[in-house]
Design a protein. Structure first.
Length: 367
């Protein structure tokens, strides 16, 4: 398969033919969103592969309006297995993956069409992922994902859950984005159940899997179990920096949720290892405010306000970029009876984020 692919790619390159992109997705009972997704990617997709893992609704019928390449795959509690099966059905010289509730906006589709003309294409294209957006479509949470990859043996997902492809070869970062538009909530314990399914059958979790396994306990408010698994994670070698950074913040949050003291050490460790970050400084402000150390809380909130969240934050959580420090200072000063200072920071937040629900709520106190 791969030999013929490489020969075809070399032949096309010699003729100046632009890259062909196969867009692959897996789906199950996604009738509400899959049409929107497929319509958005049809702007640039040379081939669309849909792998269905057991739909009982109209998912496959809707997908059939966009592609004939629809395949069934028996669900085996392994997202990587399903995605890799989708990749195995692709004929394009580049592979792109999306979820059924993702959307490529028109301007981004046009950018991908331009990217296809590159004379020296990369092996891995990292693209922005808007995991959360506000009412105006502005990102509230974004990060890069390995989105477009050369069709070769290295393009292979790993991980039962939170699957990923380790970037390989020449890597390029692009401003092209995919937007996640989730319309429904699923089983909150699904991912934990999948991990437990494989652990019961002898699977040993690696560093990344241990981190995500711990996070699943956090999402389910099982904070003691989360701490237990994060401590195991911290003892492991070759930790991925973004995961370690988030794990330290998560461990702090577990201490706060359970009312235990000592969690601040994880924030200071994150500052020491990764440098200033708006979110860490906000959390430290919260820590000291909760313990009525107002001066310390004020200082950390102000430092957070001056700190670019993107300096060391691996995930761009936009609410911590100016807005959250402002809101926290409004609340701090208001509770301390310093209403003029509270109003000053409210007006700052209102100027930049007039439609934010928290800003609108605060506004009635300063009329």
């Amino acid at each position: 398969m791969f030999l013929s692919h490489f020969l075809l790619r070399a032949y096309n390159k010699s003729r100046g033919v632009k890259m062909k992109i196969s867009v692959c997705l897996i789906a199950r009972n996604e009738e509400e969103v899959i049409g929107r997704c497929l319509e958005s990617i049809s702007v640039f997709a040379d081939e669309i592969i849909v792998v269905d893992t057991g739909s009982i609704d109209k998912t496959k019928k809707i997908a059939g309006g966009f592609t004939e390449k629809i395949f069934d795959f028996e669900w085996i509690n392994d997202f990587s297995a399903a995605r890799n099966y989708a990749f195995s059905k692709a004929c394009g010289d580049y592979l792109m993956w999306v979820d059924a509730d993702d959307v490529a906006e028109r301007k981004d589709g046009e950018k991908i069409n331009e990217l296809k003309k590159e004379k020296n294409p990369a092996d891995t294209y990292m693209m922005k992922y808007y995991a959360g957006v506000d009412k105006r479509g502005n990102p509230t949470f974004e990060f890069y994902r390995e989105r477009l990859l050369k069709n070769c043996p290295s393009a292979k997902f790993t991980g039962f859950v939170h699957e990923c492809i380790p970037p390989f070869g020449m890597i390029k970062y692009s401003d092209i984005k995919i937007v996640h538009k989730k319309e429904k909530t699923g089983n909150p314990a699904r991912n934990l159940d999948i991990y437990n399914y494989h652990i019961a059958r002898g699977a040993v979790l690696n560093e990344r899997e241990t981190y995500y396994y711990a996070k699943e306990f956090f999402y389910l408010q099982r904070y003691d179990k989360c701490k237990e698994w994060l401590e195991k994670y911290f003892t492991m070698d070759n930790l991925y920096a973004p995961d370690e950074w988030d794990a330290l913040l998560t461990c702090f949050c577990c201490y706060e949720k359970t009312g235990e003291n000592g969690g601040e050490k994880y924030l200071f460790k994150a500052l020491e290892k990764f440098g200033p970050d708006s979110r860490i400084l906000c959390f430290l402000g919260d820590y000291y405010k909760k313990r009525l150390k107002i001066s310390e809380a004020e200082n950390y909130y102000k430092m957070s306000l001056l700190c670019d969240v993107k300096r060391s934050g691996f995930f761009e959580d936009r609410k911590y970029d100016f807005l959250e420090p402002c809101l926290r200072l409004v609340a701090l000063y208001f509770e301390c009876g310093e209403y003029l200072k509270a109003k000053d920071y409210h007006l700052l937040s209102k100027k930049r984020f007039p439609e934010d629900p928290s800003v609108i709520f605060n506004d009635k106190f300063f009329k």
